[in-house]
Design a protein around this ligand. Structure first.
Ligand SMILES: Cc1ncc(COP(=O)(O)O)c(C=O)c1O
Length: 438
């Protein structure tokens, strides 16, 4: 039985019936590094980075810039890996910025996002001289105008706009609709234009929109492109602001289950680029540079989450509960918005999936259920369960709920296993505590 397209590109089944990634036996890795364990397949990440770069070249968007959205998964090795593939980097906090600089990412290749950036974080971004701050709202814009007033060289900014397009995805990950907490509504652009007249320290280089995540239909993006280019033309005509780029954010979906099919990156990027070209021509604008910000589609498929079965419970008239040693503190997505995953018993991949079970996380919340009504090969205590497509928005959202140390993350490629992030120790759990001073 071959593995489906949701597993890492280098995944396979060994002659011993175990799941393998990049030539490494997942069951052996679980024994050596303990569970829960996250394993990332480097060839898959590199292939996805190349897919975006090649898609830009193929459609003629030769000066396009692809930013990896670090919120999907960020640590030193990942930042360096995507940088080595020629991607720039998006950060959303002072912490992500500090990590990116620590990892050696050139400041000019970093953008900072966020609807709640603090003045301290904005100062850090200004001091580092990052490529652009993506301004989210008027309070932030006014603060930046004030902070940059005396600059001799204007600081590059982009403005995040909500084009009033509701992507067909879960409402928790929709961001381009009118009611979104993110970005300027279209009707605010007049006031943005007015404010920028009196902002000698800022240079508006791009209009940005991110429509949401896990979007299957690239028509969502092309519709937004048309709206946004009209706004760029308006800012030029009304305020003489000459904008260089359109940043259409990230959001292309990945397949989490065997029946889902991810959009083809080459054709999606090509569609976006053609929509941009058409809209520029229609508005009499010189061609704009395209900027993209994929996160999930770069790292999701590369990652698998590996858990050990520690117990279970059988009750009448419902699937057996199977308890594993991880859950919502390393992957909040099922509890947060009902995300569905594909799983196998990694030490018996070829065995028939003949029992429908519920796989419960270990955390003290009834909502901590990783898999509902899922057919697996009769998981028993000691078995290893691997969840596919666990690379994005899992460890980057991890917590220490119930005082459980966060897991090890490995990066594997043929012949090499690297610890990207060590499992926390118990001492890490109280490292920042102060003792009671009675
Ligand atoms: C501004 C921005 N850009 C890019 C992304 C990445 O989106 P995705 O991971 O769906 O590609 C996000 C995700 O929330 C975002 O907020």
């Amino acid at each position: 039985m071959p593995l489906s397209h949701v597993w890492p590109m280098s995944a396979g089944i060994g002659t011993n019936g175990h799941l393998f990634v990049s030539g490494f036996d997942v069951v052996s890795l679980a024994a050596e590094y303990d569970t829960p364990l996250y394993i990332y397949d480097e060839p898959t990440i590199r292939t996805m980075c190349k897919a975006y770069k090649d898609a830009c070249t193929a459609c003629g968007a030769t000066d396009a810039i692809v930013h990896y959205a670090g919120k999907a998964l960020l640590n030193t090795a990942i930042a360096q890996l995507v940088h080595s593939e020629g991607l720039a980097l998006d950060v959303v906090s002072g912490g992500e910025l500090a990590l990116a600089l620590h990892a050696g990412i050139p400041a000019a290749q970093i953008h900072m996002h966020g609807n709640g950036k603090t003045s301290r974080e904005l100062d850090e971004a200004l001091a580092a001289g990052i490529g652009a701050i993506v301004v989210d709202n008027f309070d932030e814009l006014k603060l930046l105008i004030h902070r940059t007033n005396l600059r001799k060289v204007p600081f590059p900014i982009q403005i995040r706009v909500t084009p009033d397009i509701a992507a067909d995805t879960h409402q928790h990950i929709q961001t381009g609709h009118y009611a979104s907490k993110f970005g300027f509504p279209l009707e605010a652009l007049n006031q943005v234009g007015e404010l920028l007249r009196t902002a000698p320290g800022l240079r508006l280089t791009a209009v940005h929109a991110h429509l949401g995540s896990q979007i299957f239909d690239p028509a969502t993006h092309t519709a937004a492109v048309a709206v946004l280019v009209d706004q760029i033309a308006y800012l030029r005509n009304q305020y003489g602001i000459s904008i260089e780029a359109l940043n259409i954010g990230g959001g292309l979906a990945v397949a989490y289950t065997d029946v889902q099919k991810a959009p083809n990156i080459t054709s999606a990027v090509g569609d976006i680029w053609r929509a941009l070209t058409v809209a520029c021509t229609r508005n009499g604008l010189a061609p704009l540079r395209l900027e993209l910000e994929p996160g999930r589609s770069i790292v999701a498929r590369a990652g698998i989450a590996v858990y050990r079965v520690v117990g279970g419970k059988t009750i009448a008239d419902m699937p057996r509960w199977v308890h594993v040693d991880g859950g919502m503190a390393d992957n909040i997505r099922p509890a947060l918005y009902g995300a569905k995953y594909t799983a196998v018993v990694a030490n018996r991949v070829n065995a028939a999936a003949e029992e429908v079970v519920n796989v419960a996380g270990r955390y003290c919340e009834s909502g901590d259920v990783l898999l509902h009504d899922t057919a697996l090969a009769k998981p028993q205590v000691g078995d290893i369960i691997a969840l596919a497509v666990s690379g994005a928005y899992t460890l980057s959202m991890a917590s220490n709920y119930n005082m459980v140390p966060r897991p090890t993350a490995l990066l594997v490629r043929p012949g090499t296993v690297q610890v990207m992030r060590q499992r926390e120790t118990y001492a890490d759990l109280w490292r920042h505590d102060g003792a009671y001073q009675g």
